[in-house]
Design a protein around this ligand. Structure first.
Ligand SMILES: O=P(O)(O)OC[C@@H](O)[C@@H](O)c1c[nH]c2ccccc12
Length: 278
């Protein structure tokens, strides 16, 4: 059983839903990313998405694009992210999922990428711009290493949903909105029926991301999905840490870190069983 499968099994037993924050490694620097991951784990984050910064994050809105830029300008490269995972792995219970675009994976070498991910203790990989038709090698590497290749389905996937999820490993990532990542004021009205249409095709857990910006959003998603992914709203908080760091204000760096962690805790809160009554 992979660590991700074990995470969802534990959550099933306690009746919880997974809280899955995303942050970009090295934004604003690797030391702070490591500290934040440890704190997120302490407040109950169940699966932590660790973004590998990339120069052309085509599926990302301005918030995460800015985070990638801050990370790249602080000198973060893929080997640094692998080393971050190796260091933080023994310090946290959460499953760790590497988030990367396809190009850096092909440059590194698909099988080597998954092998290295396994060695440092990563539990899954998400590659948003790797279409099913081009993912044969990555799927095989996922199976060979036990590092789950997690598929994304989008509202536009309709007739392809069955094919995409049939190859799924770990969990299915349901993208909740069209367009790029970024906090939305409201969730799509028919999100629950879209998730139900995905669940029809798979026994794997189904997580929902894109647009989640507040606990109310997490509470709604927690009623029909197995996990909630939050990226931009977290990365907005790392931007505040970056500003404090830039200002050389150590107290403000601590305060903005705590603000991120408290915000994350408020997003996990509605995902505990007694909070999920409809
Ligand atoms: O930022 P949002 O709207 O909360 O969405 C999660 C998203 O950030 C994270 O899962 C992610 C980061 N970059 C992506 C690119 C494509 C799909 C998903 C992602």
């Amino acid at each position: 059983m992979t660590r991700i499968a074990d995470t969802f099994r534990r959550l099933q037993e306690t009746g919880e839903k997974a809280f899955m924050p995303f942050l970009t490694a090295g934004d604003p620097n690797l030391a702070i990313t490591e500290e934040v991951i440890v704190e997120l784990d302490k407040i109950g984050a169940d699966i932590i998405e660790i973004g590998i910064p990339y120069s052309d994050p085509l599926a990302d809105g301005p918030t995460i694009q800015a985070g990638s830029l801050r990370s790249l300008s602080s000198g973060t490269r893929m080997p640094d992210v692998f080393e971050l995972v190796r260091r933080v792995r023994p310090k946290v219970r959460a499953s760790l999922v590497l988030f990367t675009y396809a190009n850096p994976v092909f440059q590194w070498g698909v099988h080597d990428f998954f092998q290295t991910a396994k060695e440092v203790g990563a539990n899954g990989v998400i590659i948003p711009d790797l279409p099913l038709e081009e993912s044969e090698e990555a799927l095989a590497a996922g199976l060979a290493t036990g590092v789950d290749l997690i598929p994304l389905v989008a509202p536009t996937s309709q007739e392809r949903i069955a094919k995409i999820v049939a190859q799924g490993q770990g969990f299915i990532y349901c993208v909740a909105a069209l367009g790029v990542t970024g906090v939305r004021e409201n969730l799509d009205a028919d999100l629950s029926s879209y998730v139900a249409s995905v669940k029809k095709h798979t026994a794997l857990p189904v997580a929902v991301g894109f647009g989640v910006g507040k606990p109310e959003h997490a509470a709604i998603i927690g009623q029909f999905a197995d996990g909630v992914v939050v990226g931009s709203a977290i990365v907005k908080k790392t931007a505040a840490i970056a500003d404090a760091l830039q200002a050389g204000d150590a107290a403000l760096v601590e305060a903005t870190k705590q603000d991120l962690v408290q915000f994350a805790a408020s997003l996990k809160a509605p995902l505990y069983p007694n909070k999920q009554e409809a």
